[in-house]
Design a protein around this ligand. Sequence first.
Ligand SMILES: CC(C)(COP(=O)(O)OP(=O)(O)OC[C@H]1O[C@@H](n2cnc3c(N)ncnc32)[C@H](O)[C@@H]1OP(=O)(O)O)[C@@H](O)C(=O)NCCC(=O)NCCS
Length: 158
Amino acid sequence: MTEPSRPELAAVTPAMMMQIRRIERYCFAPYLYRTNRYFARRRIRGVFLAAFLDGRLAGYIACAFHPSYMSVSDLAVSVDFRRRGVASTLLGEVLKRKHLRGRRNIRLMVDPSHADAVALYEKFGFRAGKVRLAYYAFGDGMMMTKRIDEEGWSGANL
Ligand SMILES: CC(C)(COP(=O)(O)OP(=O)(O)OC[C@H]1O[C@@H](n2cnc3c(N)ncnc32)[C@H](O)[C@@H]1OP(=O)(O)O)[C@@H](O)C(=O)NCCC(=O)NCCS
């Protein structure tokens, strides 16, 4: 029996943006974050990574650096590659010490109706916080936060 292939990560380049937009459109239309455009133009300081599986761009993550915390602005995986650990690999990477560098927490806003995303973040030790009504043009947004302690440096609480 062959081992399932593992996602490989790479920094996003302009040549990858068309595939990223395709995944974004599928996952978030009619609402589009568009933040990844700013990451691609390096107008936001942070980390912007793509994951490849079976030679195809399977998903991406964009995180912004703030003085005391890091925020996950965008995380999405192509429907063809779901439940194969792509998001976990991306999230595990950004939770490494080299990206967090002294920041005390990592936070994000998620549409609470996206049960898959909420389950993923809970698995990684994020806690649900306040819900902001009509945060998105098409729904509410829920804040989720993970405190970074010594345990957190190594990545997920798995
Ligand atoms: C949420 C999302 C990024 C997960 O990507 P993925 O690569 O399939 O996730 P993984 O394979 O790494 O799954 C890790 C864990 O997340 C949870 N999870 C993922 N998809 C799930 C689903 N459909 N139902 C329940 N739990 C789910 C599980 O705990 C899973 O662990 P398990 O497979 O051992 O049970 C993907 O479904 C997606 O792109 N959704 C739409 C976009 C979105 O909502 N992004 C978040 C914006 S903040």
